[in-house]
Design a protein around this ligand. Structure first.
Ligand code: BDP
Length: 498
């Protein structure tokens, strides 16, 4: 165990041997946050529930991928499409007629709707049991009413039982002024009125249910404003978690977003974490990043689906662990909301997604179905073969810290290398070191360690098809003090100190 401070020296490989450029220290002192055992999570569109065979124990390929990613995790259902879903309690029930106002370009039109059925929820329960994961379930705030949300929530609550972690009501409410509400009146106060009306009714129908809020897209000052108003609000539902989203880049057309630029630390990650922690501490709640990825609008090819995304995913997860988050959910799935609105057909007065139109998968999905480019969860073309994509491999790499206690690390470096450490239940200290440069070789000197895993790819831009972004259990490696260990460029290693 780490009784006092330990020092690992990381040096850039330098032909003259004169360049000791980085020193990593694990100072003895107060421990960092405890990482919950179910820290790792994924986020999917509610739209995904349209195919009840997707989240089902019979979808064994997907069950395996979830279990492989983390033995315990949190599946969050939400996204843009949660505002356009409807609860179809019986097979003959007709979709509601919805009249929309202004659309944000790229959002599903308000008349695009997604049916969620009892069969899908029963299968979801089986899927969660098979994976040992729990669920954050997104209810519709955009078009939801007390009546429709209570009916859906009651069935979900009774069916998911202890597999339901909490309800979220509304996705990215800070953006509602663009498409779902009047921009002149929409703000934190009108949001809280809307939210409380539904959440109170759901709480009454589901007495032991918990809630998370506000699930903002990017404006975390909403969390601060909610924390200010919270003490004076009457009859509050049982809230456990404050949540926000984070997309590192976007739109995909932005030429500045590249595999290399993705790996430059963003100040927003730290700023979001500070505001979020302050608001959550004030309210006595946990905080979670419930939806995010490398680039919004479905991701960017060459950035979101390449090895750089694996390093990004690992680093982002470690960063949130160190910042005290209760978890993160990287977004993905076999369909993408914005693509669905293309190719609708008129049925009565409602514009429905064409069941034969493909729902292209987002480029950033952590787990991909190999058949999804040609098919979707809706039209039954899923072939049952699922693969871990680069960003998912990054998440799996970071999952080694779940259940551990973070150990603050200091790293003096100008090398674009980062390091995170955590103490395992057996007292041993894990250290993850990420070499993010496409060319620099680093050497690491440590007292005594074993390598547990590495995260590797042929290059930062190696495409998913050829990427070897896999977490490998390497054979144990014991080194005598002073022995150096080379860290190739664009490479991450996870070691355990002896
Ligand atoms: C988020 C939405 C999600 C989208 C994603 C994206 O919540 O539904 O799929 O953006 O643009 O804002 O990729």
């Amino acid at each position: 165990t780490l009784a006092a401070s330990a020092t690992l020296a990381i040096t850039a490989q330098d032909p003259t041997g004169t360049l000791p450029s980085a020193t990593l220290r694990l100072p003895a002192g107060p421990a960092g946050p405890k990482v919950p055992h179910d820290f790792i999570g994924l986020s999917y569109e509610v739209m995904q529930l349209e195919d009840p065979t997707f989240f089902s124990p019979a979808n064994v390929g997907l069950v395996q991928q979830f279990r492989n990613l983390s033995p315990h995790g949190v599946l969050r259902l939400g996204g843009n499409t949660s505002e356009f879903s409807w609860w179809k309690a019986t097979p003959d029930q007709q979709p509601p007629h919805r009249v929309g106002n202004v659309n944000d370009p790229g959002e599903p039109p308000p008349t695009t709707i997604y049916a969620v059925t009892p069969e899908a929820i029963r299968n979801l329960r089986g899927f969660l049991d098979a994976t040992s994961w729990t669920c954050i379930y997104g209810l519709n705030l955009g078009y939801g009413t007390v009546e429709t949300d209570v009916a859906e929530a009651t069935f979900v609550y009774e069916t998911l039982g202890s597999r339901l972690q909490y309800f979220q009501v509304g996705n990215e409410v800070d953006l509602f002024s663009r498409h779902l509400r009047d921009k002149n009146t929409w703000n934190v106060d009108t949001y809280l009125q809307n939210w409380l009306q539904i959440a109170r009714a759901v709480q009454k129908a589901c007495p032991n249910a918990s809630f998370g809020l506000p699930d903002v897209a990017s404006d975390v000052t909403w969390l601060t404003q909610i924390a200010e108003r919270w003490p004076s609000l009457p009859d509050k539902p049982h809230v456990t978690t404050l949540s926000h989203h984070y997309y590192a880049g976007g739109p995909p057309a932005n030429p500045k977003l590249t595999a290399e630029s993705l790996l430059v630390a963003s100040p927003k990650v730290r700023q979001d974490a500070e505001l979020t922690k302050a608001a959550a501490d004030r309210m006595g709640l946990r905080y979670r990043m419930t939806e995010g990825n490398t680039c919004y609008q479905g991701g960017k090819p060459g950035v979101s689906d390449v090895f750089a995304a694996a390093l990004w995913g690992a680093e982002y997860a470690f960063h949130l662990m160190q910042a005290g988050y209760s978890g993160l959910n990287l977004h993905g799935g076999s369909g993408h909301a914005q693509a669905v609105s293309v190719g609708g057909s008129l049925r009565g007065e409602a514009l429905m997604p064409d069941p034969n139109a493909p729902h292209p998968k987002p480029f950033y999905t952590p787990i991909a179905n190999e058949g999804t480019l040609a098919g979707s969860g809706v039209d039954g073309k899923l072939n049952g073969t699922y693969v871990l994509e680069p960003v998912g491999a990054g998440l799996k790499f970071a999952a080694a810290f779940a259940g551990c206690q973070m150990v603050p690390v200091t790293l003096e470096s100008n090398l674009n290398v980062s390091a995170y450490a955590a103490r395992r239940a057996d007292g041993k200290v894990l250290v993850a070191i990420l070499n993010k440069k496409p060319s620099q070789v680093l050497s690491l000197t440590a007292p005594n360690f074993q390598t547990l895993a590495t995260l590797t790819g042929a290059s930062l831009e190696a495409h998913a098809a050829q990427v070897s972004a896999v977490v490998r259990e390497t054979s144990s490696r014991r080194s005598s003090a002073g022995q150096t260990f080379l860290l190739p460029p664009h490479f991450a290693t996870l070691i355990v100190l002896e």
